[in-house]
Design a protein around this ligand. Structure first.
Ligand code: ZN
Ligand code: ZN
Ligand code: ZN
Length: 362
């Protein structure tokens, strides 16, 4: 069969992101769109301890200065240290400049590394739930400290690159914290669009998406012929459900195995998550990552936290914005089509991807 020949199950449609409509995804399961297979991806480092690794136990003196340790400095399982190569720094007080269309703003900020675990190559789904709950607690503590340390900081981005395919430059499992004086454009687009949705419909669009993912059931018929165009089933987008959190496969997923985790009850600010809810987040996270790892066969991914910016307007966005964690496994490299069009190409139908993730027995 030639590369361009389509089979009847192929899907070709452009899906509009319901939260950020300017962001669309081409779902094209045709063979010709399929990128190079994941076998080309370099394997991740799975060793437990590496003598020469500065992030491994016993090498604490080899890291930049320690900012925080959990549960304590002598017997740590998680550490936060300064980034050796910060993308933003607090020392340089360079003024912004304007010249014609050239504008800069001060690159003020903080860039720190969180050593997520004392075990070198451990994956998130291999970590104990209690450890993961501790990690989310560390995220909250550090985010709060940074916001309190300087009111110029408007956003604290916490993210993780896991595996060489996701751009991780240090093999020891770690997350990063970047505190910045601007609201990142992706977050701003979500905040602005969800506020507009709230102004019109008086409810949070993220809550509405959770409701749809959980309970929506519909059959859409063709107006002319009466044939069934699409069936939407109960819980079709749910990957994992906890008591307080839910993992959802977005309808307009940019990445084949992209999954979002959200609190089931409305909450705008990650910092407002209660201590007792962290265990459920840890459980949903661990189970979701285990599903991804099993389906992909060794998940390499980026994940990042989106929470309401502390830009003085967080009160106004408290009802319209809803914090979440976006997990984007990297199974292919963006091509010229994606870079040139700005359209993400997803070669796996998100409904089928969700089904395959749910089918994994844990
Ligand atoms: Zn290490
Ligand atoms: Zn909500
Ligand atoms: Zn988001």
């Amino acid at each position: 069969m030639s590369d361009t020949q389509a089979d009847s199950s192929d899907v070709r449609e452009i899906r509009i992101n319901p939260i950020v409509p300017s962001e669309s995804v081409l779902v094209a399961t045709a063979r010709s769109m399929r990128p190079k297979k994941a076998e080309d991806l370099a394997p991740r480092d799975t060793r437990k301890h590496v003598e020469t690794c500065p992030f491994c136990r016993g090498n604490e003196h080899k890291t930049p200065p320690q900012i925080m340790a959990w549960p304590d400095a002598d017997d740590w399982h998680i550490r936060i240290v300064e980034n050796l190569y910060p993308v933003l720094g607090d020392e340089r007080a360079q003024a912004g400049f304007n010249f014609g269309l050239q504008q800069t703003i001060d690159g003020y900020g903080r860039h720190e590394v969180i050593i997520d675990h004392d075990e070198h190559g451990i994956a998130v789904h291999e970590m104990a739930e209690s450890h993961l709950a501790g990690l989310f607690g560390v995220y909250q503590t550090r985010m709060r400290q940074l916001f309190e340390s300087d009111d110029r900081l408007k956003y604290v981005l916490i993210f993780k690159n896991f595996g060489p395919a996701a751009g991780a430059s240090i093999p020891h499992t770690h997350s990063q914290v970047i505190a910045m004086p601007v609201v990142p454009v992706n977050v701003d687009a979500e905040v602005t669009n969800s506020a507009a949705h709230y102004a019109k419909h008086h409810h949070c669009i993220f809550c509405a998406l959770i409701d749809e993912a959980l309970t929506f059931e519909a059959t859409i018929y063709d107006r002319a012929s009466g044939a069934v165009r699409r069936k939407i089933n109960v819980g079709q987008y749910v990957v994992e459900r906890g008591e307080k959190f839910i993992a959802i496969k977005p309808f307009a997923s940019r990445y084949e195995w992209e999954v979002h985790i959200l609190p089931l009850s409305h909450q705008a600010d990650f910092l407002d998550m209660h201590d007792e809810d962290r265990a459920d987040l840890a459980r949903v996270m661990k189970r979701t990552m285990a599903r991804l790892d099993a389906v992909i066969g060794g998940a390499q991914y980026n994940f990042f936290l989106h929470t309401v910016p502390h830009d003085g307007k967080q009160g106004a966005h408290a009802h319209s914005y809803h914090w979440h964690l976006e997990i984007c496994p990297r199974t292919s490299i963006p091509t010229g089509f994606e870079l040139g069009s700005g359209l993400f190409v997803n070669t796996i139908n998100p409904e089928q991807a969700a089904e395959r993730l749910r089918a994994i027995t844990l």
